[in-house]
Design a protein around this ligand. Sequence first.
Ligand SMILES: [Zn+2]
Length: 184
Amino acid sequence: MAKPTRKRRQPTQKPFIVGVANDLSEYASVRVFAESASDAEDAISEMLHRGELTMLEFERGDDREGPYTCDVREEESDDQVEITIKDGQIIQPKPQAFKLQCPHCEYDGKEPSEHGGTFRLLSDTTIWREIVRVRPAKKGQPRTLIVEGLSDKYDEDPEKNDRLECRACLKEFDLPKTLPVDYI
Ligand SMILES: [Zn+2]
């Protein structure tokens, strides 16, 4: 006769944010699923003790003990954390669905726009020209800065104020922070 399987009630876990301090001035936040705040802090303490959280990014000091937990509280909606831990395991962050979209007109670049292309990366570039001299005022002409016509570009640090241009509405918007740029 088959034994009746007994259902074990799953304890409810919820996310807590545990602060981890290192060298007094360096902090990282860790999301951990636990039944209580103290369980959350204990779980992180043990993982720190076992050296399982060495990927946390803070500068390591050389003369103080640490890292150690310093704070625990329930998660709020806008918490930013370094890592998430559930059942003693580090959860790899899911790649977030990302869509490049104009915040002004909601154009998403699926079809080329009537202005051609989809989006453009705009950057300010510094152009320099040699100053020849300041010509004094004479014969009704004002004092004038005389500049060499040939221009050149600063090679170092030429790109500034990078932003995207929507080719549908031609408005500009900030480059999403989660979207690094690689020049090919
Ligand atoms: Zn647009």
